[in-house]
Design a binder for this molecule. Structure first.
Ligand SMILES: [Zn+2]
Length: 157
């Protein structure tokens, strides 16, 4: 019974968020200013990154993706210690991936240690489910675009 109440509370919270986002969106549509659109996107991306109820989706080793509850796409579950670190690392690793591939690789022992940026030593390696990653990047990208747009907008006035 408690479980049912909790699930309902979770659903209600999600509903409240989306109502809020829709309300700001409607206001933006009415006002027709980019500032309101920026606010809409900002609300959505903050919700996706930090607040939306989702699953951990960390895959460590050869195991299946973790399906424990998490809040926000940047965060992993609290049930398994270490999942947060794996998720953070996986998200950053993919972000920097195109650049990492462009960087020429010299022989392993060649470069001096000072020139190499060694990744944090971590015993556990894992990944995050692609669609979860996609949503996280999409939301982060939207956030960056809005912030840049706002800064440029203020600089121009
Ligand atoms: Zn987990």
């Amino acid at each position: 019974m408690t479980r049912g109440v909790l699930a309902m509370a979770k659903r209600t919270r999600r509903w409240v968020w989306w109502t809020g986002i829709a309300a700001v969106g409607a206001l933006a549509l009415y006002a027709g200013t980019w500032r309101m659109w920026a606010l809409t996107v900002l609300t959505w991306s903050m919700y996706e990154l930090c607040f939306c109820p989702t699953v951990c989706s960390v895959t460590a080793g050869e195991g299946r993706a973790c399906h424990k509850d998490a809040r926000g796409r940047l965060y992993a579950c609290r049930a398994v210690p270490g999942h947060q670190q794996i998720k953070t690392e996986a998200l950053w690793r993919l972000t920097g991936n195109p650049f990492a591939r462009l960087r020429p690789t010299y022989g392993d022992g060649g470069g001096s240690p000072a020139h190499r940026r060694a990744p944090a030593p971590s015993g556990e390696h894992g990944s995050v489910e692609p669609n979860q990653r996609l949503m996280a990047y999409l939301a982060a990208l939207a956030l960056v675009v809005v912030v840049v747009q706002t800064v440029v907008g203020f600089a121009m006035t």
